[in-house]
Ligand binder design. Structure first.
Ligand code: NAD
Length: 238
């Protein structure tokens, strides 16, 4: 199996890339800063918000992988606040990365996926796509958009044998959440408050999300397409 994981040098993407590689896949990570991806992962530098950068990086990754079975659209950035927060430039920036980044990489990867006998795409959404959490208007809009995109792509490409599914992580213990906690006035109190909002009483681990992605990308999920799988400790559903 060959796989390309965007944002694969940190957090959920890195855990996913390493899990797939551990199961025998040849895996390339495409990242703004791929240095965080250890061997045996293949490192490709790109900004998913930039057309030319994605075109050349995906071409390089496909060349080094020798084909593509699995695309994991994971690269993403956050934004806080209500619909009135930030300038429209910030809205455009987040949509450029979270939504159009997924579009760019997928468009570049589809010809190779069509040539695979076991092709699948996994999009990393978020529980905010369905849960309606406060102070997350822009981020939620971007994740709702990629969730709808995943369903639409599942319908468009099912006839080509390409499965498309979405994983909705809850609050996952990644460097991203670490940065948010570090920026809080009282990081310990912020972590306690975060845990208190989790039905299971703890944050989700990166590996738990990675296992969900690996399942959806595997032959075990050969009949699974157009679905959304929440790995959120019960946050959205309970
Ligand atoms: P992270 O910050 O640890 O890792 C994100 C990676 O994406 C980094 O390596 C970064 O360099 C890369 N990246 C960012 N912008 C990029 C760009 N323009 N081009 C290429 N690479 C880029 O974050 P994470 O917590 O692992 O999040 C990964 C995904 O999971 C994101 O899509 C995020 O929205 C989603 N998610 C995270 C959580 C959470 O609680 N951590 C919850 C729900 C969804």
């Amino acid at each position: 199996m060959t796989a390309l994981v965007t944002g694969g040098a940190s957090g959920i993407g890195r855990a996913t890339a390493l899990l797939l590689a551990g199961r025998g896949a040849t895996v390339a990570v495409l990242d703004l800063d791929p240095s965080g991806a250890p061997d045996p992962l293949l490192r490709v530098r790109a900004d998913v918000a930039d057309d030319a950068s994605v075109a050349s990086a995906v071409a390089e990754a496909l060349d080094r992988l020798g084909g593509l079975d699995v695309l994991v659209n994971n690269a993403g950035i956050g934004a806080a606040g209500t619909v009135e927060a930030g300038g429209l430039d910030e809205w455009r920036r987040v949509l450029e990365v979270n939504l159009l980044g997924t579009v760019r990489v997928t468009r570049a990867a589809l010809p190779a996926l069509r040539a695979s006998a076991a092709a699948s795409i996994v999009v990393i959404g978020s529980i905010v796509a369905t849960a309606g959490l406060p102070e997350r208007a822009l981020y939620s809009a971007s994740k709702g958009a990629v969730t709808a995109l995943a369903r639409a792509m599942a319908a468009d490409h099912v006839g080509e044998g390409i499965r498309v599914n979405c994983v909705h992580p809850g609050t996952v213990d990644t460097p991203w959440i670490g940065r948010l906690l570090d920026a809080a006035a009282d990081p310990d109190a912020a972590l306690t408050a975060l845990r208190a909002r989790q039905p299971l009483g703890r944050l989700v681990s990166m590996d738990e999300v990675a296992h969900a992605v690996a399942y959806l990308a595997s032959p075990a999920a050969a009949s699974v397409t157009g679905t959304e799988l929440a790995v959120d400790g019960g946050m959205a559903g309970l």
